[in-house]
Design a binder for this molecule. Structure first.
Ligand SMILES: [Zn+2]
Length: 151
């Protein structure tokens, strides 16, 4: 699995960028800095490899994050016990017509740094509903992406 910031136009990858910070920018309805190479918009790309079917197991499935919903503000996330910053990634699989959702989270490691969670986040039904929809206090987050609401 790899998660990187990439250019949606020229596909240049930016491996040095912090995914948590990039996701927070997208969740706020802001845009990431434009690609310095071609000035195209940047987003987050996730690549997963699956073992089946075996003949395709070496080819990664590429998902572009088209929208991010976030459960808490920075201050609210810090106040959770333990600190917890959950988001919902809305993703499009490159080369297909398939859209997916992926609940993700960050928590603090032993050094007190935000760290990508390794397991699905533990959520209440109400929190899942919030992640699937717009927060009432959020800025406009459309990014040109249609609203998804299945709950
Ligand atoms: Zn570019």
């Amino acid at each position: 699995m790899s998660t990187t910031v990439f250019c949606t136009k020229c596909e240049e990858r930016y491996t040095g960028m912090n995914i948590h910070e990039a996701a927070k920018v997208l969740a706020d309805g802001r845009l990431l800095d434009l690609c310095p190479k071609c000035h195209g918009p940047r987003s987050i790309r996730i690549e997963h490899k699956y073992p089946y079917p075996p003949e395709k197991s070496s080819e990664p499935h590429k998902f572009d994050v088209t929208k991010v919903n976030r459960l808490f503000t920075d201050e609210e996330a810090e106040k959770q016990e333990p600190p917890f910053d959950s988001m919902m990634f809305f993703m499009h699989e490159v080369g297909t017509e398939n859209d997916y959702i992926w609940p993700v989270y960050w928590t603090k490691n032993r050094r007190g740094d935000w760290w990508w969670g390794q397991f699905p986040p533990v959520l209440t039904i109400d929190q899942l509903r919030l992640l699937m929809n717009e927060r009432k206090d959020s800025a406009n987050r459309t990014l040109g992406i249609r609203q998804t609401s299945i709950l």
